[in-house]
Design a protein around this ligand. Structure first.
Ligand SMILES: NC(=O)c1ccc[n+]([C@@H]2O[C@H](COP(=O)([O-])OP(=O)(O)OC[C@H]3O[C@@H](n4cnc5c(N)ncnc54)[C@H](OP(=O)(O)O)[C@@H]3O)[C@@H](O)[C@H]2O)c1
Length: 243
């Protein structure tokens, strides 16, 4: 079952540019009543429904302070991310990617979980098609996104009994700063943001929000790997109703 965005409170990390900025604008145009815009530097926004939040996803104290400022939340979108070119020769580059793309996603999700359980809300992790197949020019990035995708799948199974749905956007090439210099067809951030919310509204576990990823949707949803995920998830016993 999906969630409509109208009248909801939505938090987007990495909200100042790229896909994050488009997600903020799209949430507003779908009638969200509050959009928390998480950014590393102070952000102004002309729409009074936007509440800026100082939120470096690698900073535990900032995450905690942000969670204390938010009264209620229906949808958390873990969108903040970094992508650097590397060749796996430098461990610190891998650690940098894991700090933002994996532990940032984990830390923010954990901090806002009590609010999401209360609202029976949802989490969207903006992962990447590279979670499924790495692009060898950015292997550290791909590893961090594969880990974030696996985290998404486990959280989905673990939180289902508490009414929180957990989605992965398996985003393909999108025209932002992150892909500047890559001469390949790219979707617009606005189209990707629309497709991510469409996927949430339809209740899709995996959201394929651009033409390249969309070509894989059917194969993924009907494939053996997805069947195995469902089988494994069924082993997590739901909590007793009166607990
Ligand atoms: N573009 C693509 O082709 C593509 C494809 C698949 C997935 N994605 C994913 O989509 C998400 C958004 O990427 P984008 O394409 O919009 O890239 P982008 O334009 O480079 O934006 C990245 C955003 O993440 C923020 N960020 C980076 N480190 C952060 C931290 N430690 N704490 C909080 N915010 C942080 C940046 O903030 P600052 O301005 O402060 O640096 C910026 O707002 C990322 O997770 C990315 O991996 C993108």
């Amino acid at each position: 079952m999906g969630m409509t965005i109208a009248e909801r409170a939505v938090l987007v990390t990495g909200a100042n540019r790229g896909i994050g900025q488009a997600l903020v604008d799209e949430a507003l145009s779908r009638g969200a009543n509050r959009v928390y815009a998480g950014t590393r530097r102070p952000l102004g926004h002309p729409d009074e429904r936007v509440t800026p939040l100082l939120l470096d996803v690698t900073d535990t104290a900032q995450i905690q302070a942000a969670a204390e400022k938010v009264g209620s939340l229906d949808l958390l979108i873990n969108n903040a991310g970094i992508a650097l070119y590397d060749d796996l020769g430098d461990r610190s580059v891998l650690e940098q990617h894991l700090a933002v793309n994996l532990f940032g996603t984990y830390g923010v999700s954990q901090a806002f979980l009590p609010l999401l359980i209360r609202s029976r809300g949802a989490i969207v992790n903006n992962v990447s098609l590279m979670a499924l197949a790495p692009f060898p020019l950015t292997p550290a990035y791909a590893i961090s996104k594969a880990a974030a995708f696996n985290l998404t799948q486990s959280l989905r199974a673990l939180l289902a009994a508490q009414g929180v749905s957990v989605h992965a956007a398996l985003t393909g090439p999108t025209d932002t700063e992150m892909t500047r210099g890559l001469d390949i067809p790219k979707a617009s951030p606005e189209a990707v943001a629309r497709a991510i919310f469409d996927g949430v509204e339809r209740g899709e576990d995996e959201i394929f929000p651009d033409p390249m990823s969309a070509a894989m949707a059917e194969g993924w949803r009907t494939g053996e790997v997805k069947a195995m995920e469902r089988q494994n998830a069924a082993m997590v016993a739901p909590e007793p109703v009166d607990a």
